[in-house]
Design a protein around this ligand. Sequence first.
Ligand code: OAD
Length: 231
Amino acid sequence: MIEISSTDRVFILTGAGISAESGIPTFRGAGGLWRNYRFEEVASPRAWQRDPRLVWEFYSMRRRIAAAAKPNPGHLALATLEGRLRNRLFLCTQNVDNLHEQAGSRGAIHMHGELFKSRCDACRLAPFDDTSTYEPPAEILRCECGGRIRPHICWFGEVPYRIDEIFHALDECTLFVAIGTSGVVEPAASFVAHVRARTFYVGPEEPANELAFTKCFLGNAGDVLPNLFRF
Ligand code: OAD
């Protein structure tokens, strides 16, 4: 159990593990995406320059899987927590699916982008809603400016989104909970070391940065989260 007082400010960081029970593959575990794909070939600016069709095939596959997924009790528990804490909860996710939103969370910050948005690779056209999938041999769509339309995703070597807001919330929080993230990808892996707060982890195995946590609750997010918080 994690006790939450009426003055606590709670920072939640989620990773691929919270969506695993919804049928979305994680990256590093058995059956993880990076076991079958090289991220340099599908998730980097260089990959986009070299073979944008291959990149779109990868993200189209992920759009299809995510479009069929439904939130699980872990996502629902966080939406309930947001309803209770309101602006005292900051939800930051590394996930690009929309399961937090489907569960009812309103303010999730997607630091690695959103799977169902696209943007231009050349101009400052705002990211727009896009559920389309690339079907070879179609051409990659072009922006009015001539640039190519790319997934609104933070690739390896790019800067995560809304990072200033995130660090401000880390400075303010009194309770930090990471869920379903292996603790190896920066900058998220270092968030726990940045905070001066009680720190907890939820997942079936200890993360790589486990020593930085006050306590780890070992179990699936969908089992642990619905009964984790006490007020
Ligand atoms: P990983 O695949 O690295 O780690 C997933 C974590 O979820 C593991 O620690 C699992 O133990 C845990 N897990 C598995 N099933 C779970 C369950 N039912 N409940 C809770 N936890 C469970 O995924 P991330 O740490 O999220 O970035 O990966 C971070 C980033 O690396 C991703 O956002 C992605 C990737 O490369 C980009 O693509 C930019």
